[in-house]
Design a binder for this molecule. Structure first.
Ligand code: URA
Length: 219
């Protein structure tokens, strides 16, 4: 697979490009593009699929019902939402919340690639199949579906960065099936453990050793 070459070297340039993007037809039906949010030096990055109706309305990721569950799950393990960077594979809402199409994902990919390269996270949590497939494919690994892949921390080389990836279910799945809520929390704990250990990516990302308190940034 050939990955896109267009990348952005500053957050400002990147966010501006996302907000005004016309690279795929999703721009025609969006109210707001949703670049992502969180500290630009966060050690953890959470990646979802695409904005839903509330996100489209507000221009912020994971602020609807599934987002509230994600936020509560993060807070419940002592990893405040304000300490992590949250974004999606696709930055504009697919009509009717359908899954993003392959060509939409490809058109949007330079944005997520640039976000990863600018942030240099120690750990990435993929929320659901679309994000899991995006990350694992780019890391040159086979994606076997979230049910098979979750429950483990993977050490990967992604876009030249060594980092840990924790695949988990999409919060919407846990919203509709409450028995999956402990699964989501268990996996988020795995990501928190990576942060506590300092991650595997320190050398290649040039980050120093930090205590957990350093990771839990306040807004
Ligand atoms: N679902 C997602 O995948 N992302 C959001 O931002 C909201 C819901």
């Amino acid at each position: 697979m050939i990955f896109t070459q267009t990348r952005f070297s500053s957050w400002e340039e990147l966010e501006n490009a996302i907000k005004h993007c016309t690279r795929c037809p999703l721009h025609r039906s969006r109210k707001n593009a949703v670049p992502g949010e969180g500290p630009k030096d966060a050690r953890a990055m959470l990646i979802g699929e695409a904005p839903g109706a509330t996100e489209d309305e507000l221009g912020r990721p994971f602020v609807g019902a599934a987002g509230r569950l994600l936020t509560m799950s993060l807070e419940s393990i002592g990893l405040p939402r304000s300490s992590v960077y949250i974004t999606n594979v696709v930055k504009c809402r697919p009509p009717g919340n359908r899954e993003p199409r392959e060509e939409e994902i490809e058109a949007c990919s330079p944005y997520l690639e640039s976000q990863i390269l600018l942030l240099k996270p120690i750990v990435i949590v993929t929320l659901g199949n679309v994000a899991g497939k995006w990350v694992f494919t780019r890391a040159g690994m086979k994606w076997g579906g979230v049910t098979r892949m979750r429950g483990k921390v993977y050490e990967v080389n992604l876009l030249g960065l060594k980092l840990s990836v924790v695949p988990t279910i999409h919060p919407a799945a846990a919203l509709y099936n409450p028995s999956l809520r402990s699964t989501l929390i268990e996996d988020l704990r795995r990501a928190k453990e990576v942060l506590e250990k300092g991650g595997s990516a320190q050398e290649s990302s040039g980050r120093g050793t930090k205590s957990l308190l350093d990771y839990l940034k306040k807004k």
